[in-house]
Design a protein around this ligand. Structure first.
Ligand SMILES: [Zn+2]
Length: 241
């Protein structure tokens, strides 16, 4: 399959993730690259992240607040503008009409040139929220362009030029990110509450953190091989939005 490399830098970008940290894993370096080049980058996080702890005695309200705070710090590291939280219960996300309407409203207000989201069609994906968040984003992109969908919204229809799906089952586009991998790592490490569960950083933090950084670099190198570039994030590119 042929693979395209690097979109022109978009003016406005919206990245949609299921949980705090998903956008950073999927496309953090690309967002940092575009933000540095002048793009206005916005994030939406669909769930409240309330299942993101292995501590049975965790105060879940405090965890939600902490994860939103971590996400806001990561947004600053990426050089993005802001993040909005849809606050659906973690682990129970569905692409419901209400959530589609909410995300459709965000797309119409922000008018992004590029939308980035989980690939909802990736086979054998375990986490249902990632599937649902991808589906939610796709449905919201389609609704946002239709004049007769959610007609009571204050902003008129909008059609993004490109949809980039991360965690893609069959990627066909890469963004070169060699110079922005450090920012991706720094943004990911803002999610301190997830160090143990998703980044494997626990009882031997120095060693495990170094291993995590290596993993991010190795993944980017593997993605880059697809197009013969040094380091990349890979996507499925859709232009019939
Ligand atoms: Zn996730």
């Amino acid at each position: 399959m042929s693979c395209t490399v690097d979109l022109p830098v978009p003016g406005r970008v919206l990245a949609v993730g299921a949980h705090p940290d998903d956008v950073e894993f999927g496309c953090g370096a690309t967002l940092a690259k575009w933000a540095d080049a002048g793009a206005a980058v916005h994030l939406v996080v669909c769930t409240d992240g309330s299942k993101g702890s292995w501590d049975p005695d965790e105060d879940l309200d405090a965890l939600v607040r902490r994860r939103e705070e971590e996400q806001r710090r990561a947004v600053e590291v990426l050089g993005a503008q802001d993040v909005e939280f849809l606050r659906a219960p973690d682990g129970e996300l569905d692409a419901t009409r209400d959530l589609v309407a909410a995300l459709c409203g965000v797309i119409r207000r922000l008018r992004p040139d590029v939308v980035l989201a989980h690939d909802p069609w990736r086979a054998y994906r375990l986490h249902p929220d990632h599937h649902a968040a991808g589906l939610l984003a796709v449905r919201a992109v389609v609704a946002a362009r239709e004049w007769h969908a959610h007609p009571g919204q204050p902003h008129g229809p909008h059609r993004p030029g490109v949809l980039l799906l991360f965690e893609a089952g069959r990627p066909d586009h890469v963004e070169r990110v060699h110079d922005h991998l450090d920012r991706k790592v720094e943004a990911l490490l803002c999610h301190r509450s997830q160090w143990r569960s998703t980044m494997g950083i626990g009882d031997r933090p120095d060693e495990q953190r170094a291993r995590f950084v290596r993993r991010v670099h190795d993944d980017a190198q593997a993605a880059g091989l697809r197009a013969g570039v040094r380091a990349a994030e890979a996507f499925r590119r859709m232009t019939d939005c």
